[in-house]
Design a binder for this molecule. Structure first.
Ligand code: COA
Length: 313
């Protein structure tokens, strides 16, 4: 068996002898530097691709931010699949993850009913079994959601006013408040790792929002009419692939009054006004108030995602 990175973008066809739902993004990711051939590895026996793995970043020149491709030939017997997968993961990670850095998280998209379908479950559990053997733990299962044109958006809120986010500080201050009591596993994980609410908000902002090129005026703060007291915020954006509700929150003092629906409607309305083909969003299975709001606003759950993390050593 040979374990090696791709020799160049021209080997994309080789990499795509195994398949995954994000295959169609690879060519553009390579062209724009969000992926580099050195981060895309294959395990080969002769011409056969036994397994493949790849990391991703959000902008050219960045460090790897996510492990988002990991596939093992479903035709391999279980034991061999696990062994090939583990060797590929360990060998590639040693080369790709900078020395001393914690491995970026592994994210995998799965059908909503992945546990019920035996073949799908086997594929998923083979790979997640390997990442667990390599020291990762399941962080969370998430709902992937999509709003489609034609879905009605409620009339603008009569109980909240909206204004654009002023600057980085304006948003980070509200994000730092909203992370308190969050049901979101990534937010909880950031706090558990020792970050303060403000540091967690800064990390989230810098890793995700800072790179968006869509208009900043889309980002909105919700406030009480009259006093202008902030209630929450929403970050509608265009990422490298889709329009998205990148983040949304209600500060603890105003939770439990259904304000999330008013704020999600505002974010959805802003993107819908751009004639977008779809709006993507995601939330943890366990973030029930958020998931319920997406459902009330007509977002469809089309897939799930499972996230595995390596803890800092
Ligand atoms: C998720 C969130 C936006 C919900 O906002 P909200 O306006 O309070 O939502 P709702 O008013 O519809 O809440 C519905 C119920 O869930 C409860 N609830 C809301 N947030 C809660 C939380 N963080 N923890 C526990 N319960 C919560 C409410 O009290 C309410 O309970 P009730 O039905 O017994 O009155 C808010 O908790 C939040 O900002 N969380 C942190 C950020 C986050 O998770 N964003 C989404 C990322 S995808």
């Amino acid at each position: 068996m040979t374990l090696r990175p791709l020799a160049g973008p021209y080997e994309l066809d080789l990499f795509c002898r195994l398949s995954y739902v994000l295959d169609h993004e690879l060519a553009d990711d390579l062209a724009t530097g969000r992926r580099v051939p050195e981060w895309m590895w294959v395990a080969l026996r002769g011409e056969q691709v036994l397994a493949r793995i790849a990391w991703w970043t959000n902008a050219a020149g960045g460090a790897p931010l996510a492990l988002d491709f990991f596939d093992i030939d479903p035709g391999l017997p279980d034991e061999e699949a696990a062994e090939v997968g583990l060797r590929l993961l360990r060998t590639a990670a040693r080369q790709v993850v900078p020395a001393g850095a914690t491995s970026p998280e592994y994210g995998r998209f799965v059908p909503a009913q992945w546990r019920e379908d035996e073949a799908t479950r086997r594929v998923v559990e083979t790979v997640t079994g390997v990442v667990e053997r390599a020291g990762a733990r399941l962080l969370v299962e998430r709902l992937r959601l999509e709003w489609r044109p034609g879905t009605a958006v409620p009339e603008p809120s009569t109980r909240l006013d909206f204004r654009p986010v002023k600057d980085r500080e304006d948003l980070i201050a509200l994000m730092a408040l909203a992370i308190e009591g969050t049901l979101d596993a990534h937010g909880q994980g950031d706090l558990a790792s020792g970050l303060s609410p403000r540091e967690a908000a800064e990390k989230h902002y810098d890793e995700e929002f800072a790179a968006y090129t869509s208009p900043r005026e889309w980002w909105q703060v919700a406030q009480l009419p009259g006093t202008g007291e902030p209630v929450g915020f929403v970050v509608p954006a265009r990422n490298n692939y889709h329009h998205t509700i990148a983040y949304i929150g209600v500060v603890p003092a105003h939770r439990g009054q259904g304000y999330i629906d008013d704020i999600l409607a505002q974010g959805t309305r802003i993107l819908a006004a751009q004639d977008v083909p779809r709006i993507r969003a995601a939330t943890d299975l366990g973030n029930v108030p958020m998931a319920n709001s997406f459902e009330r606003l007509g977002y469809v759950n089309f897939e799930r995602a499972i996230n595995y993390v390596w803890d800092a050593s």
